[in-house]
Design a protein around this ligand. Structure first.
Ligand code: NAD
Length: 436
């Protein structure tokens, strides 16, 4: 098939590359000229495990091309995917200006039947709005499909190539047939393509992300309670996770969820609920708890330093909002850094992939280290904000030698309590007893 993907960010680039991987001819369109130039010249613009290999292969085979010209991009396409940003507007609702703006432009360029597929996360009713925006300028035949994306950054290629399920919202049999053909190679193992109406598909994506954000937040509250009552959240986690109705995944407490999706999607669903006079109380609380959770380590750090962080220096491991990505959108680490600097402390950070992105945003606030151990020099304590694998079994002698004193505040529970005790560290984590 001939496919166009408009928007070449995390979702667009992964989708485009993975669609090319099964033999489709894919044109990726983006307004960012620099990005398009880089991609066309073979330089990948995001860090995503496994993507580079697929990207290079399909670029070489000329199944993957990049352009800034929407007209050129959609001329021959059977299916046009929209993978455009839907950032929160001022009131928290999803801002549809990118999606509807491109839909209008597409309306001016369409010739013959095409399927326009919305992959961006959008509120209920957007498929209809996209339809109307195209219809303004085009009288011919077309269908608008809602096909929310469930890939997770860090494992996006695997998620795309072997999705748990594909959700397709459409009331058109013609579009349904095309979408079935397109996704057939990705669901060969029998995972379902679930067809439904457009509003249900749109709501499914928000429901999934909001449920997951709630699950994490619930565990974060249990972790707080563990600290207050003297229980161990790891034990509680294992105790409940073995119940199949609950499941083992997404039960790890920490310093809150971040990223480009959970925060904005929870907020947008709350906003959508308000629009129909519904008060989504659980999600309101989830947002509040998560805001507090990002700074959960701060009182512990302050208490350890007798309430005064002026002149203290911290090593911070992990800037990305989660491991295996360079994405720093809404990363808890950035909130911690801001709070520490606000208290008069200084920070040297290390992250395997996300430092260039942070440098571009908060360059002058912190220092950056070449290695995780370099970050420790002259630091009063180490703070762990992202659970990259390489932080899990570090050389503890090097940590002890680098730090001024053996103090670690761990926002992701990466170390074993007994081990830390045996090594003589002061070690505080989330929902577990402090080692002092
Ligand atoms: P992103 O910001 O990484 O990428 C968006 C791209 O769109 C950028 O490259 C931007 O230059 C481009 N763009 C903006 N306006 C354009 C225009 N008029 N024409 C062409 N290109 C334009 O965003 P993302 O993370 O890929 O997310 C895209 C959508 O997918 C959002 O709705 C998001 O909620 C959803 N989503 C994201 C993820 C994820 O993990 N990132 C997962 C599932 C769904």
């Amino acid at each position: 098939m001939k496919i166009t993907v408009v928007g070449t960010g995390y979702v667009g680039l992964v989708s485009g590359t993975c669609f090319a991987e099964t033999g489709n001819k894919v044109t990726c369109v983006d307004i960012d000229e620099k990005k398009v130039q880089k991609l066309a010249n073979g330089t990948i613009t995001i860090y995503e495990p496994g993507l580079e290999k697929l990207f290079q292969r399909n670029l070489k085979e000329e199944r993957l091309i990049f352009t800034t010209d929407l007209a050129e991009g959609i001329k021959e396409a059977d299916i046009i995917f929209l993978a455009l940003p839907t950032p929160p507007g001022e009131d928290g609702s999803a801002d549809l200006k990118y999606v509807l703006g491109v839909a209008e432009q597409i309306g001016k360029l369409l010739v013959g039947y095409k399927v326009i597929v919305n992959k961006s996360t959008v509120p209920v009713g957007t498929a209809q709005k996209v339809h109307n925006a195209i219809r303004k300028n085009y009288n011919g035949e077309f269908d608008v499909v809602s096909n929310p994306e469930f890939l997770r950054e860090g494992v996006a290629v695997d998620d795309f190539m072997k999705p748990d399920r594909v959700v397709v919202g459409t009331s058109s049999e013609r579009a349904k047939k095309l979408m079935s053909e397109l996704y057939a190679p990705y669901v060969r193992q029998g995972n379902p393509v679930i067809f439904m109406d457009e509003p249900s598909a749109e709501l499914t994506k928000y429901a999934a992300n909001s449920f997951l954000a709630t699950k994490i937040t619930f565990m974060n509250e249990i972790a707080r309670l563990c600290e207050l009552l003297g229980a161990d959240v790891d034990m509680v986690r294992k105790g409940i996770g073995t119940d199949e109705r609950i499941g083992k995944r997404f039960l790890f407490p920490g310093i809150g969820y971040g990223g480009s999706c959970f925060p904005k999607d929870v907020q947008a669903l709350v906003r959508s609920s308000h629009e129909v006079d519904y008060d989504f109380k659980i999600l309101e609380s989830v947002m509040q708890v998560n805001e507090d959770q990002k700074l959960h380590l701060l009182p512990k750090i302050k208490k350890y330093f007798n309430g005064n962080l002026v002149g203290k220096h911290f090593a911070l491991w992990g800037l990305a909002f989660k491991p295996n990505t360079d994405d720093i959108r809404e990363a808890p680490a950035l909130y911690i850094i801001k709070a520490l600097v606000g208290e008069g402390a200084t920070v040297t950070a290390y992250d395997p992939e996300a430092m260039p992105n942070v440098k571009a945003q908060v360059n002058d606030i912190i220092n950056y280290a070449e290695t995780q151990y370099d970050a420790l020099k002259e630091a009063d304590a180490l703070i762990i904000a992202t659970e990259w694998n390489e932080f899990r079994t570090p050389e503890f002698e090097k940590i002890a030698a680098g730090l001024k004193s053996k103090v670690i505040f761990d926002g992701r529970n990466v170390f074993d309590l007994q081990h830390m005790e045996s090594l003589g560290f002061h070690y505080e984590s989330v929902g577990r007893k402090p080692i002092t």
